[in-house]
Every structure is written in structure tokens, then in C-alpha cells.
Design a protein around this ligand. Structure first.
Ligand SMILES: [Zn+2]
Ligand SMILES: [Zn+2]
Length: 253
């Protein structure tokens, strides 16, 4: 199994996961045209896509889902709550997924995991192949729950959220109400919460860790590196950070 981020941040998210040359996208928070350009940059033919898994209804995750899937005639998978918010309930390409029920697409099993976030019924995903290689994709959550920690145990690859630095958030441009939302239990993970998460999920089999959904206003990439380098046991500059406007390198599991 291999995976790459097509872009990550508050202006759009999409993660490509490939097994046996068949692919799924986790989220499509870019326009159809933009995501097709990014797919091409990753060396992926759109015809390899078998579906799009949608974490929640926020625009940076769901914006291009329908246009892309209608264009390719492939299904999109989302919780009932997300589909209701997006007015997808009558859409012929929508497939309903539920927390803790594995959905098999091609040679991949996709496990939806419920997370605390200010959306209708947000899910994040653990993807497993036939060899039990596991990728955990986890962003847009305000706090860590025992359920999340157990669902993401034993992952060989982790793509996690390091959204904000609490000090920068407090002194940043957001109004107090939005600051409280971002920092709250249903908001986003801070760099320090991300480090705590990784500390709990660290094990011998973990090969790749990438951090994304990094706020452009309330965080600095150097601060993410400094927060995560201890738990990852590397230099701050070697912590692998995703970018908003660039396709990442592939990670192979
Ligand atoms: Zn988001
Ligand atoms: Zn969100």
C-alpha cells in the first residue's frame, strides 16, 4: 500500500491511498479541476480511483466530492450526518458508512472512526490491506478519546493533524469565539496534542509519520517540528510536514 497527500490545510485536503494500482481518495476539499491537476502531479490516472471517502461536510474536505465523482462515475462514502448536511441523501453515488463498520473497496478495508469535531457526524479512517498493513488518517478533531487511541493502534503509517500552536492562536487574528472553537474539544489538535497522540500510538512497526492540516495563521512549521521531534526521535527539521499547495512524496507501507 502507498499513500500521498494531494494537499493539506484549511484551504483543502485530499489524501490518495493506492493498493494494487487501484486508488481511493480520503476527502476532496479541492475543486474537480484542481484535484485532477494534483492527481496528475502524483502520477495517478483518475481512472484508477474507485471512490472517495468523506470525513465530514466542511468545505476543506467536501468541496469537490460530487463534481469529481459524477465526472468519473464513482461512489462517494460518507456518514448519514455528513450526507444530510451536504444534501446527498438522494444522490445515486452516495454510499452510507457507519463508525466501526469496515467498508471494503477493491483490496482495501476502510474503517470509519468517529471523532469529536464541530460537524454533524464526522469520521476519520484507518485503511488496511490484505497483508494487514495499516494506515491511519486522522485530522479535524478537538480531543483524543480512548476509542480513537484504540482504533489507531498498530498503524504502520500515520497522517495526523498538527493544527495550531496555542500561543499563536491566542495572539492571532481569529476573533475570541473562533479561537475558542478551534482550541475546544470539538475543534482541532494543537501541536502538543498531536505529540501526545503520537506518544500513545508509537510502536516498533510505525514506519511513516506525516503531520498536516497546519494552520497558516495560527501555527509555524518550525513549531510543529519542535513539538513532534522528541516523540519521533529525529531532528525538528526532519519531521515530515504536509503542504497546502504541494503534493507530498509517496509513503510505502
Ligand atoms: Zn479541515
Ligand atoms: Zn473540519
Amino acid at each position: 500500500m502507498r499513500y500521498a497527500s494531494l494537499g493539506s490545510g484549511s484551504r483543502g485536503n485530499a489524501t490518495l491511498v493506492v493498493e494494487n494500482e487501484r486508488a481511493v481518495l480520503i476527502d476532496c476539499g479541492f475543486s474537480k479541476r484542481n484535484v485532477l491537476t494534483r492527481l496528475q502531479a502524483s502520477g495517478t490516472d483518475p481512472r484508477q480511483l474507485d471512490g472517495v471517502f468523506v470525513t465530514h461536510e466542511h468545505g476543506d474536505h467536501a468541496k469537490g466530492v460530487v463534481a469529481l465523482c459524477e465526472g468519473l462515475n464513482i461512489p462517494f462514502y460518507a456518514s448519514f450526518g455528513t450526507a444530510r448536511k451536504m444534501e446527498w441523501l438522494e444522490h445515486p453515488l452516495w454510499r452510507c458508512i457507519r463508525s466501526d463498520e469496515v467498508m471494503t473497496v477493491g483490496a482495501m478495508g476502510v474503517l470509519p472512526v468517529v471523532v469529536p469535531h464541530d460537524a454533524e457526524e464526522p469520521l476519520q479512517f484507518v485503511i488496511e490491506n490484505a497483508q494487514q498493513r495499516r494506515l491511519g488518517v486522522l485530522s479535524d478533531l478537538g480531543s483524543l478519546t480512548p476509542h480513537i487511541l484504540s482504533a489507531y493502534e498498530g498503524c504502520h503509517g500515520l497522517q495526523v493533524e498538527a493544527n495550531h500552536d496555542p500561543q499563536m492562536l491566542r495572539s492571532g487574528p481569529y476573533p475570541p469565539s473562533l479561537q475558542a472553537r478551534v482550541a475546544g474539544n470539538f475543534g482541532h489538535l494543537s501541536n502538543q496534542q498531536c505529540a501526545q497522540l503520537l506518544e500513545r500510538l508509537m510502536w516498533d512497526g510505525l514506519q511513516h509519520v506525516t503531520a498536516g492540516h497546519i494552520s497558516e495563521k495560527n501555527n509555524a512549521r518550525t513549531l510543529v517540528g519542535e513539538a513532534l521531534c522528541g516523540v519521533l526521535g529525529c531532528a525538528p527539521s526532519d519531521v515530515r510536514l504536509l503542504e497546502q499547495d504541494a503534493v507530498s512524496d509517496w509513503c510505502q507501507l
